[in-house]
Design a protein around this ligand. Structure first.
Ligand code: BDP
Length: 691
């Protein structure tokens, strides 16, 4: 009921015929091998089978006779089974689940593959899939599947809406909170294999010896689950904790400082993953402070990490107050010319869109445009711009849209997913990062349904070609119920929830209209912040003539950063997807859309639709009480009430504000605003969480 068990609360299969089918097929397990990871896999399988089947299954490591399931790494399998399976090529971290002489076999090359195989086998039972004809060969398509925690050393979380940081720095290294283990288990169940413990707005203290001891304790706790730790490295650390007078990456003493530091980390954490770096971005220090480039900075760290097989995830989230060009263009302009100059263990980490984790953005033009550089995708799981952990929004739908987008950089079919998994440009290493939504709240993520975003991110990190509907269904079945009267309407609800938030916040390609700093609620009128690109007015550009950001040739020409076929589509009004219209074009209020409506009316209708979609979500949820425990049901109902209230707030505030410019009456289909613009402008939220 608390939600603490996530998607891993294994309840007895409630369908009698499926249960008896499983019970007939699974009576005993022959589980071979000993290691920390294999022991975890064995215990997990025991827990899963005993709970799901409601009986105690016999486990043996010596007697294979009549065992209904065999679990072993390939080299430990019996000869005859090996011979039968020898053509099956199991990739790194992958597993195979199949049959041999009527028995189920779960095998892998490495121990971690066994753990992944076990979790996936349990998922089959949890989601009530047939198991009599299995032949599942599966492996992750992306090497580094990472969570980025924006956790500060004081326990707060930047843009965190689910409590405090899980890391109890003061009690580490000696005290290992059970939560670390539960966290690692949950991540392993979806294939996540890396965690950046600290905020990108970094604190150099985490690199001091006493903190490295604490980090090492966490690394020890996570290792059996196949999870490596990473840290954010503050570029000015050599000054702040090293006593140097400079952090210039071309200075020998600075290079030596990082080398010594990195060697000392590996002495304690032999499988340390590496560094994530935010440099020369939003006030963070970086190589440009010394007239050097991102390449100089990244390569300096990469060189010191290379002997240990560590990587540098170097972020491309840069825009400058000294650059008057469209913010959406700046990262591309800065990074693309550096293609081919980064060392092989540098991965440039790029946000999914060129602005900042908006409810909808076109894919970042850097994807596909730096073929000689490994590029990591950075998604945001925490809902900074999507209603915090109060709104129900299923993000895998957003992730899928980006991953499936075609960059056309190597002709048709150059999907963003292929850039990220390294297949488009044949990279040796591939990575994906998700900014975590996890905190100390009992249910981990604040909103119970935000767990689906953690889960879905992990599933897509494993396989970026999965479709969001499958993910929604698996999560719903594992977390709540397999009843079709629950699964079908709730899958539809999850899938629809993303478009709902786009409609009631930023329809038709609008973006970055959230109120200042905290990004809670609408603030389309905000125009007085010192940096122009911090103001919503910079993005929507509403005036008496119309609305939208002109990124065509006549405007900022940001469209030119896309490959030709994509650019042509975005440039032309009859081809640009309507859901990105105002991202790329500034249009008159009376502009006619494809359905014959004026832009102004359509805007109002979209806002209204968003509100109506939340009403519909509420209705569907009301029907779901037979499948959900009463406390959780009530909790989600209350959250949906708030979401509806805030959706109306968004609609009213934005439409009233835009009306000041358009001077047009609201479309008939739109419910009239409840309050005046003055009222909405007067709302202040100085203590909104997450800043
Ligand atoms: C923005 C957040 C800010 C982050 C920044 C980043 O508002 O808190 O530090 O992104 O990603 O979305 O570096």
């Amino acid at each position: 009921q608390s939600g603490y068990g996530l998607w891993l609360d294994y309840e007895k299969v409630n369908d009698a015929s499926i249960l008896s089918d499983y019970q007939n097929q699974i009576r005993s397990v022959y589980f071979l091998g000993e290691s920390e990871t294999l022991n975890l896999a064995r215990e997990e399988l025991k827990l899963g089978l005993n709970s799901l089947l409601g009986s105690s299954i016999d486990f043996s490591s010596t007697n294979s006779n009549n065992a209904s399931i065999t679990v072993a790494t390939f080299d430990q399998l019996e000869r005859k089974t090996q011979r039968k399976l020898k053509k099956i090529d199991i990739a790194k971290d992958g597993y195979y689940i199949g049959h041999d002489s009527g028995k189920i076999v779960i095998t892998a090359k490495e121990d971690i593959g066994i753990l992944y195989g076990v979790f996936n086998f349990i998922r089959l039972l949890q989601t009530q899939q047939p198991i009599d004809n299995l032949a599942i060969l599966d492996a992750p398509k992306i090497d580094l599947r990472i969570l980025n925690h924006w956790d500060n050393l004081d326990g707060t979380i930047e843009r965190g809406y689910a409590g405090k940081s899980l890391w109890k720095w003061q009690k580490l290294p000696k005290y290992i909170d059970q939560r670390y283990i539960d966290y690692a288990r949950a991540n392993a169940s979806i294939g996540i294999n890396g965690t950046v413990l600290t905020n990108v707005n970094a604190n150099a203290w985490v690199l001091t010896p006493s903190y490295i001891d604490k980090v090492a304790a966490l690394a020890d706790a996570f290792r059996p689950y196949g999870i490596k730790v990473y840290l954010t490295a503050r570029f000015s650390a050599p000054i702040e904790i090293g006593g140097l007078s400079t952090a210039d990456p071309l200075e020998a003493k600075v290079q030596q400082w990082w080398k010594t530091k990195i060697d000392s980390i590996y002495a304690k954490i032999p499988d340390f993953g590496g560094f994530l770096v935010k440099a020369n971005s939003e006030g963070q220090p970086g190589p440009q402070n010394y007239g050097r480039t991102h390449v100089d900075g990244a390569n300096m760290m990469a060189e010191a990490l290379e002997p240990h097989n560590g990587v540098v995830l170097w972020r491309a989230f840069v825009y400058s107050e000294h650059d008057a060009t469209d913010r959406a263009k700046q990262a591309y302009s800065e990074f693309v010319p550096m293609d081919g100059k980064f060392k092989e263990n540098v991965i440039v980490q790029v946000k999914n869109g060129a602005i900042d984790f908006q409810p909808r953005e076109p894919f970042h033009p850097i994807f596909g445009a730096m073929p000689k550089t490994a590029l990591a995708m950075e998604f945001q799981i925490t809902q900074e711009y999507l209603g915090f952990s109060t709104h129900l929004v299923f993000l895998p739908k957003l992730y899928e849209e980006v991953l499936q987008a075609d960059t056309y950089q190597q002709g048709k079919g150059s999907l963003v997913a292929k850039v990220i998994d390294g297949s488009l440009d044949n990279h040796k290493i591939s990575a994906i990062s998700g900014v975590s939504n996890i905190g100390s709240d009992l249910n981990w993520t604040g909103h119970p349904f935000a767990q689906a975003n953690w889960y879905g991110y992990g599933r897509l990190a494993w396989d970026p070609y999965l479709d969001s509907e499958t993910i929604a269904e698996q999560w719903l079945r594992s977390t709540y119920s397999n009843d079709k009267d629950f699964v079908k309407p709730m899958t539809d609800l999850l899938i629809e929830s993303r478009e709902a938030v786009v409609n009631y916040m930023t329809p038709l390609g609008l973006h970055h209209m959230m109120d200042t700093d905290h990004h809670y609620g609408p603030g389309p009128w905000v125009s007085e912040l010192p940096r122009p690109e911090w103001n919503p007015t910079y993005y929507h550009k509403a005036d008496s003539k119309g609305i939208g950001f002109d990124r065509t040739k006549q405007g900022s020409d940001a469209i030119a950063q896309y490959a030709d076929p994509v650019a042509k589509k975005f440039e032309q009004l009859d081809q640009v997807p309507e859901n990105l219209l105002l991202w790329f074009h500034h249009l008159p209020w009376d502009y006619t859309l494809s359905d014959g409506k004026t832009l102004w009316n359509s805007l109002g209708i979209h806002y209204q639709k968003g509100v109506d979609q939340v009403r519909e979500m509420k209705k569907v949820w009301e029907q779901m009480s037979p499948y959900v425990d009463p406390i959780s049901h009530k909790e989600v109902s209350m959250l949906l009430d708030i979401q509806l209230h805030e959706a109306i707030w968004w609609k009213d505030a934005c439409m009233l504000y835009f009306q000041k410019h358009s001077k047009l009456p609201f479309p008939k289909a739109m419910e009239k605003p409840k309050h005046s613009l003055k009222h909405y402008k007067s709302l202040k939220h100085p203590y909104a969480p997450g800043i």
